[in-house]
Design a protein around this ligand. Structure first.
Ligand SMILES: Cc1cc2nc3c(=O)[nH]c(=O)nc-3n(C[C@H](O)[C@H](O)[C@H](O)COP(=O)(O)O)c2cc1C
Length: 227
């Protein structure tokens, strides 16, 4: 009983502690949807540039959400590789959980969060694997350590202990040094073609501004959303 009370008290403390943390502390930039470009890619780049200028750490990190064959959602943080009129690009190992999920169900969502500006961008759409040459180019542009890790092909599988991990990584790094042109054949560059892109600007008074772009056969339809 005493143990249960102790746990309840601690849970209460955590709740109070979380409530005391700041959110949307500001000062936050303004966002006028009337002034924003008609193209969501252009607006995204403007927001990303602002995050970079303001010193947001890892501003190109995003949450990639996928669904597995049983319809269960998964999410993890990845680095954005490129962005153009075709869409947002990221790369995965085809044998990793996310790689298998994207092969089974080629749909995804990306979420960017730039806390210093109180900004979030959400992107949803189908994903397409780029040709093998493009994936290989992306692979070879990675650091030796990142290539060595991917060549192991074991991402997210169980590892016995850290010594086993370190020995396998050292062997893989040795391979990369001896054969710098080596490419993990399952490495896959994906392009997410956006069907919806939503820009969310926080307001300290919770009167947030939200602008959504929905893809239409002729271009983009813009609409404001309730906070
Ligand atoms: C800031 C940050 C960047 C990351 N970048 C990558 C990345 O570019 N590629 C990658 O495979 N995992 C990256 N990860 C690790 C992933 O979040 C994840 O743990 C890993 O890809 C395994 O995911 P999965 O089991 O869903 O396939 C990153 C994690 C963080 C926190």
């Amino acid at each position: 009983m005493a143990g249960a009370e102790e746990r309840a008290r601690k849970a209460g403390d955590v709740r109070a502690w979380l409530r005391g943390l700041d959110v949307f502390a500001g000062p936050l930039p303004s966002f006028d949807p009337e002034e924003s470009p008609d193209d969501p890619v252009e607006l995204f780049v403007t927001w990303l540039q602002r995050a970079v200028q303001d010193g947001v750490p890892e501003p190109h990190a995003m949450t990639l959400s996928t669904v597995d064959a049983e319809g269960r959602p998964w999410a993890r943080v990845l680095i954005l590789k490129n962005l153009d009129a075709a869409g947002w690009q990221f790369a995965v190992h085809g044998l990793s959980p996310k790689g298998r999920q994207l092969a089974d169900r080629p749909q995804a969502a990306l979420t960017f969060h730039w806390p210093r500006q109180g900004r979030q961008v959400r992107v949803r759409g189908p994903v397409t694997a780029e040709p093998a040459e493009r994936s290989a180019e992306d692979f070879l542009a990675r650091s030796p350590g990142a290539r060595a890790e991917a060549l192991l092909g074991r991402q997210s599988g169980p590892v016995g202990d850290l010594a086993e991990r370190d020995a396998a990584m050292a062997r893989s790094l040795g391979r990369v040094e001896r054969e710098p042109g080596l490419v993990a054949e399952e490495w896959t560059l994906y392009t997410l073609a956006p069907v919806e892109v939503e820009f969310w600007q926080a307001d300290p008074g919770r009167n947030h501004t939200r602008l959504s772009f929905a893809r239409t056969p002729t271009g983009w339809e813009r609409r404001l959303l309730w906070p």
